[in-house]
Design a protein around this ligand. Sequence first.
Ligand code: NAD
Length: 432
Amino acid sequence: MKLCMIGTGYVGLVSGVCFSDFGHDVICVDKDNKKINSLKRGIVPIYEPGLSELVIKNFKNKKLHFSSDLKDSVKKSDIIFICVGTPTKKGGSSADLTQIYDVSKELSTSINKYKIIITKSTVPVTTGDEIEKILLKKNKKNKFSVVSNPEFLREGEAIRDFTYPDRIIVGSNDKKSNKILRNLYSPLISKGAQYLNTSRRAAELIKYSSNAFLATKITFINELANLCEKTNINIEDISIGMGLDKRIGSRFLRAGPAYGGSCFPKDTKAIISTADKFKSDLSVIKSVIKSNKNRSNILLNKVNNLLNKKIKNKKITFLGVTFKANTDDMRDSPSLTMIPSLVKKGASIKYYDPTGYKIEFKKIKNVYFKHTIKEAIAGSDLVIIHTEWNDFKSINFKNLVKGKKFIIYDLRNIYSPSKIKAQGFKYYSIGR
Ligand SMILES: NC(=O)c1ccc[n+]([C@@H]2O[C@H](COP(=O)([O-])OP(=O)(O)OC[C@H]3O[C@@H](n4cnc5c(N)ncnc54)[C@H](O)[C@@H]3O)[C@@H](O)[C@H]2O)c1
């Protein structure tokens, strides 16, 4: 089948590449010419393990193409995936659907035969209905189907997640598109993925509900970690003990900093906004957002206490600044709240991240990128392990920096407290 991915970001590029690897002809379209030109030269603009190799392989095999001509690419394709961004509206909390509707208008003039138009982007309930209205202005009803097929991949594990998903959700209101999509996904279904066909609106809501639920799990365990710190209980025991109950499950029950990233913060806000529109109260998710917002304050208070309430002129190191490991994505990373706040209180920050320098800190005074862990921690008063990169899991702090002993605040519970304390460091972690 001939596929077109509109929007060549984390979702569009990964799914496009994986579809091409299954043998389909895929055109990845983006309005960002720079991105398309570098992809044509084999340069992948994002950090995602294994992605570069797959892009180069399928581009060479001529299964994967890149273009900035949306109309031409749509005309050549049978199935169109809309994978553009749906960020939070500026100054609001609902999803900004400008990119979705702009694309819908543009592609509505290129429907030269029956096509399936799919939202892979995360879109609020009724977005599919709106897209259908836009397409109907220029096309007959039998020329297209509008389907919701939300994506559940996680950055850092995107290729694996796309290739071995737990489930594939297809929200279609007609049998024809459902049949074609079941066939498109047959290589994944035969490997064990559950295929669930629902109404279009249900598929749209499944995506938001799933993200809101996962955000709730994280927030839940983060709050319990606060209680554990006050009661001298190890949060890891609680996570394991709870997770062994199959009704609960162990994943997303690891205490740490606030949840961040390109999805949970914006999607929890957007689902509330949808519920408000339909006069329905999602009070649990509202309190999750509130609790998560407060999470960075709690951690910053702890930093203040660790430094005897004297942050001014202290040298603080961040190991990792992305919201999670194995990605370069900085969107809504907790470091974006924590670092400026510490700088405001007079601290000087050095950071090291395996994905390199971050433009987000360019305009903040006293924030310095260092090329190695050693350079980043030299002379530090406090080292904060912010992201759980493998690179940080077996640092021999004692050998790396001779002499001065700094405090270590491990937000990911990577190290064994007793072992690291035995090396002479003051060590603090989360909920234990
Ligand atoms: N990033 C994730 O982990 C993830 C996971 C699941 C779902 N999602 C959802 O998928 C969607 C995309 O997320 P992302 O992280 O890939 O976004 P992204 O910002 O990385 O990529 C979006 C791309 O769309 C392009 N674009 C915007 N308007 C365009 C147009 N008119 N024509 C062509 N290209 C256009 C942009 O230039 C950009 O390259 C969002 O709705 C997001 O919530 C993201």
